[in-house]
Design a protein around this ligand. Structure first.
Ligand SMILES: NC(=O)c1ccc[n+]([C@@H]2O[C@H](COP(=O)([O-])OP(=O)(O)OC[C@H]3O[C@@H](n4cnc5c(N)ncnc54)[C@H](OP(=O)(O)O)[C@@H]3O)[C@@H](O)[C@H]2O)c1
Length: 242
């Protein structure tokens, strides 16, 4: 069960946090995994040192040239996990034009461009797995994450809309929506004990999740055992969206 030997995966935003844990679980089940982030190749390499069977590749998803280079480096792959995102916390009317574009381009446009690039090879092989990592904020109305929520809802709709088109080729497309998860992104915020308690109070399960709460579902979707799951939105949020 859950054998990914012979499969190649790209996990965007896998230098840390949820993406790192997804890369780790896919590699530990036999996949060759490309670890990717924007900051530096050194950071990608540092993540790879902890994951046998992984390969570093730096790409800034805000840059179309980098997206093209990323594809040239990896060639066709079997599994594409669209995990990288950028999040600005602002009141809804306080985003600059640039911030609007950056969030949209990283979270939505790059997902579209990467799916378009990688789907041709998947279609040829008549096998492929695409997973987008959404957020509880595609359902909830967080006052400071309204635009981020819009990008996540758009990405989830993309997965849903493309799923029936790609299903005849043996390609599944699914969205996983995490709730509050402890990662470097929110480390500083959760160091504030009062804030952490406030967030925990919003979660029926009563605690903040870990990247390891997300990665097993991604593994299932990416394996043969997940072949009949497509167009799904899987909430992994301790009930936070309810
Ligand atoms: N943590 C949560 O509570 C939570 C909740 C719901 C949903 N999510 C979603 O889960 C995913 C992972 O979140 P996380 O908390 O693990 O994030 P994180 O700790 O902030 O890590 C973000 C990752 O994305 C990469 N990245 C950022 N900008 C990029 C760009 N322009 N091009 C390419 N890669 C870029 C970063 O790589 P470098 O640093 O190497 O550039 C890093 O590996 C995101 O989609 C997030 O929206 C997280």
């Amino acid at each position: 069960m859950f054998d990914l030997k012979g499969k190649t995966a790209l996990v965007t935003g896998s230098t840390q946090g949820i993406g790192f844990e997804i890369a780790r679980i896919l590699a530990s089940h036999g996949a060759k995994v490309y670890i990717s982030g924007a900051e530096s190749i050194e950071k990608c390499k540092r993540a790879c040192e902890k994951i046998p069977g992984s390969v570093p590749v730096r790409a800034n998803l805000l840059d179309t040239c980098d997206i093209n280079k990323l594809y040239e480096t990896t060639g066709d792959i079997d599994i594409l996990v669209l995990n990288a995102s950028i999040q600005y916390k602002r009141n809804w009317d306080e985003y600059s034009d640039e911030e609007y574009d950056i969030q949209m381009n990283c979270n939505v446009k790059s997902s579209y461009l990467l799916i378009k690039k990688y789907v041709t090879g998947m279609k040829k092989n008549r096998w492929g797995r695409i997973v987008t990592i959404g957020s509880v904020n595609q359902y909830n109305q967080h006052p400071n994450l309204s635009l981020y929520g819009v990008t996540k809802a758009a990405q989830a709709k993309m997965a849903q809309n493309f799923a029936p088109i790609l299903a005849p080729y043996g390609i599944t497309v699914n969205n996983i929506a995490p709730g509050a998860i402890e990662t470097p992104r929110n480390e500083k915020a959760f160091n504030d004990v009062d804030f952490k308690k406030k967030v925990e109070n919003l979660i029926p399960c009563g605690y903040i999740g870990k990247p390891e709460d997300i990665s097993p579902a991604v593994l299932l979707l990416c394996c043969e055992e997940g072949r009949y799951i497509t167009g799904a939105e899987i909430k992994i949020d301790g009930g936070m969206s309810l």
